[in-house]
Ligand binder design. Structure first.
Ligand code: MRU
Length: 353
C-alpha cells in the first residue's frame, strides 16, 4: 500500500518524492537549502497545488534554519528574500501564496524572544500545514465519495492524487475514499500532455492502490463518453475564483465541455486553500506559460519542424457553469458558486466552520 507523504521534514532535511523520475524510479530527494526547494518547485520535482504550498512552507522553515542571523530583525530580512523567491517559483496555484502568507503572518505576527524561537515556530507551522493537508483531503474524500455510484467509471485529468498533495489527494482522494468504501470503480486516466502527469503519476498511484484504471490519450475522452460510458469526471484545481471558475491543468476545460455535451457530471475537488476569493472571475487567474520544449520534444527529439513554434500554457480555466459541484473539506458546493462560496467564506471568517 502506497503510504509515503510527497513531502516531509526529517533529520533537518526536507524530503520529497521525486516526481520527475516516476514511474521508472521511486526516489526521495533530500534538501537542506531553501534555494533547492525553489528549484524543486520550478522543475516540478514536487508539483500539484497543495504539495507546492507545503513545499513553500517547509522552504521558509529551511530559510530560517539556513539563516546566520543573530537578531530577529536580520532573520526577518533573510526570510523575506526566501519568501519572494518561493513566491516567484510558480504563478497559478494559489495554495503556494496561501501557505507563504500564513508563514509571513507568523514571521511578523509576534515579538519573538530570539532567532531560535522564530526558527522553531516556523518549522512547527510548516508541519501543521502539512498535517492539516492530509486531514483536509480525507474529509474531502469522504464528501466526494458520496457522489460516486456503487459501480462507476470515473474520468480524471492530470494528477490530483497523493503526490499532488501532502498525502491522499483531492480528486484522486475522492476516488480512493470511494474505493475504500468497497465501490466498484474503474478510472479513465487522461494522459495529460505535455508533462504526462496522468500517464506517469496518476496511473502509478492507482496501480499502487490496486484500483482498476486505463490510460487514454487526452483526445479520447469525448469518444469514451459516447461509447464506453463515463459516470462522472472528477479533477483537482490550482485556483478557484470567487464565482466558481476553476483553473486546472491544461485540457481540463476541454474535458468539462465534452462532459457537458454528454450529460456527464463534472466535479472539482479542492481544499479551501485553493479558493481565491480576491479574484472575481477566472480570467483574472495568472496562467503559467512553460517552456516550449515540454511539448515540442518527445524522447529527446523535436516532433515539429524547426521554425514551427509550440505554445505551452500549463493551465486553463473552466467556467463555473460547466462545474456540477465543488467538493471541499466542508462539503459539496453547488451553483450559483458566487453565492455558495461567499456564504462558506463568511462562515469560515466568523469561525462557524
Ligand atoms: O503542473 P502541475 O502538475 O503542478 O499541475 C497540477 C494540477 O493541475 C492539479 O490538477 C492541481 O494542482 C490539483 S492537485 C491536488
Amino acid at each position: 500500500m502506497f503510504d509515503t507523504r510527497s513531502i516531509y521534514w526529517e533529520n533537518d532535511q526536507i524530503c520529497m518524492i521525486n516526481q520527475i523520475v516516476l514511474p521508472g524510479e521511486f526516489k526521495i530527494e533530500h534538501y537542506d537549502n531553501w534555494k533547492d526547494v525553489v528549484a524543486a518547485i520550478k522543475t516540478m520535482v514536487i508539483r500539484g497545488a497543495p504539495a507546492i504550498g507545503a513545499a513553500a512552507a517547509f522552504g521558509m522553515a529551511m530559510a530560517a534554519r539556513n539563516s546566520r542571523a543573530s537578531t530577529v530583525e536580520t532573520m526577518q530580512a533573510d526570510l523575506q528574500v526566501a519568501h519572494d523567491q518561493l513566491a516567484a517559483s510558480r504563478p497559478t496555484a494559489v495554495n503556494l501564496f496561501w501557505a507563504l502568507k500564513r508563514m509571513a503572518k507568523l514571521v511578523h505576527g509576534k515579538n519573538w524572544a530570539g532567532v531560535d524561537e522564530l526558527r522553531a515556530a516556523l518549522l512547527h507551522e510548516a508541519q501543521c500545514i502539512a498535517d492539516e493537508d492530509v486531514e483536509v483531503n480525507k474529509r474531502m474524500g469522504a464528501h466526494g465519495a458520496a457522489l460516486v455510484p456503487q459501480k462507476a467509471t470515473i474520468n480524471t485529468h492530470c494528477n490530483a492524487g497523493s503526490l499532488a498533495t501532502v498525502f491522499w489527494g483531492t480528486a484522486l482522494g475522492v476516488v480512493r475514499s470511494a474505493w475504500e468504501q468497497g465501490k466498484d470503480i474503474h478510472v479513465f486516466v487522461d494522459e495529460t500532455r505535455p508533462r504526462l502527469q496522468g500517464a506517469r503519476l496518476t496511473a502509478w498511484e492507482l496501480k499502487q492502490l490496486g484500483i482498476p484504471h486505463t490510460v487514454f490519450s487526452d483526445g479520447a475522452s469525448g469518444h469514451n463518453m459516447r461509447r464506453r460510458g463515463v459516470d462522472l469526471c472528477v479533477v483537482g484545481s490550482d485556483r478557484i475564483a470567487a464565482n466558481g471558475d476553476v483553473a486546472n491543468k491544461i485540457g481540463t476545460y476541454n474535458l468539462a465541455v465534452v462532459a457537458k455535451e454528454n450529460g456527464v457530471p463534472f466535479y472539482v475537488a479542492a481544499p479551501w486553500s485553493t479558493v481565491d476569493m480576491s479574484l472575481m472571475h477566472g480570467d483574472l487567474i495568472p496562467i503559467e506559460a512553460r517552456g516550449e520544449d515540454e511539448g515540442a520534444v518527445i524522447e529527446g527529439g523535436r516532433v515539429m519542424p524547426e521554425g514551427s513554434p509550440a505554445g505551452n500554457p500549463a493551465f486553463d480555466v473552466t467556467p463555473n457553469y460547466l462545474v456540477t459541484g465543488i467538493v471541499t473539506e466542508y462539503g459539496v458546493l453547488r451553483q450559483p458558486y458566487a453565492v455558495s462560496l461567499r456564504k462558506l467564506a463568511d462562515q469560515i471568517e466568523a469561525g462557524e466552520r
